[in-house]
Design a protein around this ligand. Structure first.
Ligand SMILES: Nc1ncnc2c1ncn2[C@@H]1O[C@H](COP(=O)(O)OP(=O)(O)O)[C@@H](O)[C@H]1O
Ligand SMILES: [Mg+2]
Length: 316
């Protein structure tokens, strides 16, 4: 976990063939509320793309506009170069949209669900066993969907979206309402989809999920995309200080204050805490003084990015 993900994007933006999903000036209004407010987006092939924002930010509406499930009031979305509104049935075999878990056919087993989807798409039933395996449901293949746990249902609904081996997969809050262990299991499944080459667009209100899974994150609030970048770049561009924690007494407070580049020193609850924009120098100095007892180094995170962009604390 926490490894650097691949596909750093260096391709030129102008060339349309390098873009799998494109949105220009998308707007959706519900009465006086603008749920999606002039959104532009470009997603390159193979990207694991996250739309991150608090509840009500407009993530689901944006996804539905891009998928062609809702008509925009203005603007246009394209997937694989094709406009998604008016709805283009030719596009459907090439994309996967995660169904809500409640939309399973009643009384069917997990395997039968997938077989029905396979038949709808004219896909060989061998794909069903592959997907059961991939989503960790092989031993649940004979279980009726209503008897699956929340996490198993989520994984089955994702497997259904993958039946046609889509080039582009849309997942709307796929880990909502799961316990931490089930979320982590699902993260592995989602990584697997992307590793096999599909472009994945995922919405989430979990910062940690976006940070762990996504190559690029669009931060959304009040219908607008505030910024798009890799998680590392979003945090780096904040230019926030690094915090170095040591066991209290590892170094005298006054001595710590004297290290060049150290901006703040505080000591409480047995921890001495230094902040600096030059952690390399501070750590080198601390090491030279053999003062690294209890060392912990923490930087800014996406919560700081959100605070910086909106002026308020992130509350999902
Ligand atoms: N069908 C609808 N009719 C009226 N308002 C809606 C409808 N769908 C969503 N909204 C409103 O639009 C805003 C964005 O909703 P949504 O796209 O569901 O956000 P998110 O998925 O980020 O939680 C919210 O304020 C929501 O209440
Ligand atoms: Mg939503």
């Amino acid at each position: 976990m926490g490894e650097t993900r691949g596909s750093t994007t260096t391709t030129s933006r102008g060339a349309d063939q390098t873009v799998v999903i494109e949105a220009r000036g998308l707007v959706k209004r519900y009465g006086s509320l603008t749920a999606v407010d002039h959104v532009d987006l470009a997603v390159e092939p193979g990207t694991f793309f996250g739309v991150l924002g608090p509840n009500g930010a407009g993530k689901t509406t944006l996804l539905e506009l891009i998928e062609g499930l809702r008509q925009p009031d203005a603007g246009e979305a394209r997937i694989l170069g094709e406009p998604t509104w008016p709805r283009d049935t030719g596009l459907l075999p090439r994309i996967g949209v995660q169904q809500q878990a409640s939309s399973f056919f009643e009384r069917l087993t997990a395997k039968e669900q997938l077989e029905v989807f396979a038949d709808l798409y004219g896909v060989d039933h061998r794909r069903v066993s592959e997907l059961l395996e991939m989503s960790g449901l092989t031993d649940k293949s004979k279980t009726k969907t209503e008897d699956l746990s929340g996490g198993q249902k989520q994984r089955l609904s994702i497997a259904c979206a993958l039946i046609n081996d889509p080039e582009v997969v849309f997942l709307d809050e796929p880990t909502a309402a799961l316990d931490p262990q089930a979320r982590r299991n699902l993260w592995d499944v989602l990584r697997g989809i992307n590793d096999r080459g599909a472009t994945v667009v995922l919405t989430t209100h979990h910062m940690d999920e976006a940070e762990v899974l996504c190559d690029r994150i669009a931060i959304m609030d009040h219908g607008q995309i505030l910024t798009v970048d890799s998680p590392a770049a979003l945090v780096r561009d904040l230019g926030a200080a690094t915090r170095i924690n040591l066991r209290a007494g590892a170094i005298q407070v006054e001595e710590a204050r004297g290290i060049r580049g150290v901006e703040g020193v505080s000591q409480e609850d047995g921890t001495l805490s230094l902040t600096t924009h030059d952690p390399t120098h501070a750590l080198t100095e601390l090491a030279r003084r053999d003062a690294l007892d209890g060392l912990q180094v923490t930087g800014a995170n996406l919560e700081d990015v959100f605070l910086n962009l909106t002026g308020r604390e992130y509350r999902a």
